[in-house]
Write a protein of this length. Structure first.
Length: 456
């Protein structure tokens, strides 16, 4: 019997937790999964922000220019004419008097009167163009900001690593879910062949008046019942196939290769305590919170550092004037030391308090996460142990049901058993086979969950 042979193989040999093709599928998912690509972009963004924080320590060079046109505004009067015109008039009279009495006196020109001057504070045209070099000398905020970004990169990297582990677990569980659905459908397909053969035999017996019409209807009902179950099983298989291929970013109907060879999958060697300690070291959630705590400490130092001075260097070289010219008298250079010393800022204390509270909140969040992970490990361990026990009992049930059906089949063929008894034996065998497949792959699904939870 094909169904019995299939389940004999599945019952004696449990599929390996890392089947032949599973690793390849996991690598395909890690390379193609769209959600993982989003996480990788987030990690690259964090790295770019770190590069920006590091760049703040480098000198900055810029060209700054200003060209202005002005009209109106305040003016200032210079009484030049009022000051020098009386002197010019006296000189003109003296020159005129002397030249009239002495023909040898030189002919000096007559001094023309000078008007008073009015000058605008704003030049009609003015420009200033400089090349500026700036760099920080002492600024604790820049140092702590760089350390914050380094911790945020670490947190993003931990998130990315955690998502990869989560994706690998999802692919593994989806693979086993598909295998569970596939072999479940195969069991029903084998059962369908069995009940169809029974229907053919019953119809033949009716021809020779050795079976009644009721027997034929009963056999037909068995076929219809299996077909009904098979339709549901086929839908489950197709849904599992589509979900698995979605994780790999493949066509929904792409074929999935199931393991051809199987080995025993033992219970994890880790104890609950060892698994908890390993999870506390390896789980991405806790690593991420550690980086956030370190970043919060640097944020507190930034808030505290608002009381410290800052010192920068600045050098300008350029030209200025009413027009653009580059003569020796047009360029200039100016070097400055720019510093700021905070004396009083009431908001600094509030910022320090805010940063301290953020640290405390993250510490409480980490403690709660460790508690939840510890509880998760305990629950997963007992669930894994129960799943292994279910396999043991399902094997025993399948063996007993298979032997019972074998005996009933012989009696039925010899005419010593009725169709109802045969049908019950066949139904019990099919159910036992299905439950064994479910138990086997539930164990592997649970094992993948345990390995993920414990950080293996």
């Amino acid at each position: 019997m094909r169904a019995f042979s299939l389940l004999f193989l599945l019952g004696c040999l449990l599929p390996n937790a890392r089947a032949q093709h599973l690793e390849e599928y996991i690598q395909t998912a890690l390379a193609n999964n769209l959600e993982l690509s989003q996480q990788e972009f987030s990690y690259q963004e964090a790295q770019a922000r770190l590069d920006q924080a590091k760049a703040l320590f480098w000198p900055k060079v810029s060209i700054n220019g200003r060209y202005s046109l002005a009209e109106g505004g305040r003016t200032i009067d210079f009484p030049v004419g009022d000051l020098v015109n009386p002197a010019y008039q006296n000189l003109n009279r003296v020159n005129q008097f002397i030249s009239g009495n002495d023909p040898t006196y030189p002919a000096y020109p007559t001094y023309a009167p000078i008007n008073n001057e009015q000058t605008s504070f704003l030049r009609a045209t003015e420009q200033e163009t400089t090349i500026r070099l700036e760099m920080p000398v002492y600024n604790q905020a820049l140092l702590h900001n760089r350390q914050i970004q380094e911790n945020l990169v670490g947190a993003s990297e931990a998130t990315l690593a955690g998502f990869r582990r989560q994706l690998a677990k999802d692919v593994e569980q989806a693979y086993y879910t598909y295998a569970q659905a596939y072999y479940g459908r195969q069991i029903l397909a084998d059962a369908l062949a069995l009940v169809r053969e029974n229907l053919r035999t019953t119809q033949s017996l009716q021809t020779y008046h050795q079976a009644t019409a009721a027997d034929v209807y009963t056999a037909e009902a068995q076929v219809a019942g299996i077909l009904q179950e098979l339709a549901v099983a086929r839908q489950r298989e197709q849904s599992a196939q589509a979900y698995f291929n979605t994780l790999l970013n493949r066509d929904y109907t792409a074929a999935i290769q199931l393991p051809a060879a199987t080995v025993e999958a033992p219970l994890s060697a880790l104890s609950v305590t060892a698994a908890q300690q390993q999870a506390f070291q390896q789980r991405a959630e806790l690593q991420q919170l550690n980086f956030y705590l370190a970043a919060a400490e640097q944020q507190r130092k930034i808030a505290t550092g608002n009381r410290l001075p800052t010192v920068n260097l600045r050098t300008d070289y350029g030209v200025q004037g009413t027009t653009y010219s580059f003569g020796a008298d047009d360029d200039f250079v100016m070097a400055s030391v720019v510093f700021a010393i905070p004396l009083f800022d009431r908001s600094t204390s509030a910022k320090v308090q805010e940063a301290t509270l953020a640290q405390q909140r993250l510490g409480a969040q980490k403690a709660a996460a460790e508690q939840q992970i510890g509880l998760q490990i305990v629950n997963q361990y007992y669930a894994l142990t129960a799943a292994q026990e279910q396999i043991k009992q399902a094997k025993a049930r399948r063996t007993a049901a298979g032997e019972a059906f074998r005996l009933q089949q012989r009696l039925y063929e010899q005419g010593q058993s009725n169709q109802v008894t045969w049908q019950n034996a066949r139904t019990n065998l099919t159910t036992a086979e299905q439950q064994l497949v479910i138990a086997q792959y539930n164990y592997l699904i649970q094992l993948a969950e345990w390995e993920w939870a414990s950080g293996e």
